[in-house]
Write a new protein. Structure first.
Length: 354
């Protein structure tokens, strides 16, 4: 069955700016004044004084020491909104806000050191700023700090410390932390393997829409790990992950549909999901899709398509696909082989541009 995953995420966080009545978000606009009749000017016309723009007012507040304004100005430079993107300016304003204890600025400053944006990559500094933000309750900082401890980046590797930070982040609502915590219990990574705890945290993340947690929760029901085997529940969670584009879930859903496990057998629907996964380079889906075209199982027999998908799976190291492609080629005529080779060339060109 598909392997489970351990993702890393970084996030830039928008914040409402106190005292101005607007949010730091794309497409800012200065508030419009009330409409009404205007008297015709008398005498010589003169230029009206320029009203400060929202950006001007933000900069004034930032320069006066307002940490939230400093954070938002840094965010604009970071994202290149309203101003040209400038990592040095972003770093400057994040640091000013971070030094005043503004947690979101501390988190984003940690990211810049972590990624080497506007400053040489420095994991020690990243850990410092993640810790400052995490100690103020920032769930994303807790999660990233857990990853730093897990990987030994900027700090000595410490799986237990990582687990504690993942736990704190998960309890604060961070979906990736929930997933990673589940993974630790699932795999018994420096802790006793605990299917119940894995199930608990996969479920919490899955119910909030985390596709890899949905996949792994489906796997637990599929395999009867920590819960009685239940193919109906497995199909439910595979489907939720599949519609979000998770290739492993799409493949697993295709298998369940093809075999009629937990759902009414539907070979054509299985082919649909194999296709979606195969187009994302899932080798197992490519092989099953090739087999379906080869045998006319849920789809009309199509030797060109079968050969095409066998070859793609073979290129990823699937020996059965390689052998089937060789055998199928012997049954194909020259025109069919040429058409299949043309499709393969087009796929490879498209892969280079993706």
């Amino acid at each position: 069955m598909p392997a489970r995953f351990s993702p890393r995420h970084f996030a830039l966080v928008l914040s409402g700016l106190v005292g101005l009545g607007w949010m730091a978000a794309p497409g800012w606009a200065a508030p419009a004044g009330k409409g009404g009749p205007q008297a015709a000017p008398t005498g010589r016309a003169s230029a009206a004084p320029r009203r400060p723009s929202v950006l001007d007012r933000l900069r004034q507040l930032a320069e006066s020491g307002n940490p939230e304004a400093q954070y938002n100005l840094g965010l604009l430079y970071d994202l290149g909104q309203e101003v040209p993107e400038n990592n040095q300016e972003a770093l400057l304003w994040y640091r000013k806000a971070a030094n005043q204890g503004f947690s979101r600025a501390q988190f984003n400053l940690g990211i810049m050191y972590d990624e080497g944006e506007g400053v040489p990559e420095d994991n020690v500094e990243a850990v410092k700023w993640y810790t400052n933000a995490a100690n103020q309750g920032d769930p994303s900082a807790m999660f990233n700090l857990g990853l730093m401890h897990a990987r030994g980046e900027g700090v000595p590797a410490n799986k237990e410390e990582a687990r504690q930070w993942f736990l704190r982040a998960a309890e604060a609502g961070d979906l990736s932390a929930m997933f990673n915590l589940a993974l630790i219990f699932d795999e018994g990574d420096e802790v006793p393997e605990d299917d119940k705890q894995a199930l608990k945290w996969y479920r919490r993340a899955a119910e909030r829409g985390h596709p890899k947690a949905q996949l792994n929760l489906g796997l637990m029901y599929d395999e009867g790990e920590g819960v009685p085997e239940d193919n109906v529940e497995a199909v439910k969670w595979y489907r939720r992950a599949a519609v979000q584009g998770n290739a492993k879930a799409q493949f697993n859903l295709g298998v369940m549909l093809s075999n009629g496990e937990g759902v009414k057998q539907d070979k054509a629907e299985a082919v649909k999901w194999y296709t979606k996964a195969a187009q994302q380079n899932d080798v197992s889906a490519q092989y099953n899709l090739a087999l379906a075209f080869d045998e006319g199982d849920g789809v009309p027999t199509d030797m060109v398509s079968a050969y095409f998908w066998y070859r793609l799976a073979a290129d990823q190291g699937d020996d059965d696909a390689r052998n089937n492609a060789k055998a199928l080629k012997l049954r194909m005529n020259g025109k069919q082989v040429t058409a299949a080779e043309r499709r393969l060339a087009e796929w490879k060109r498209g892969s280079k541009s993706r």
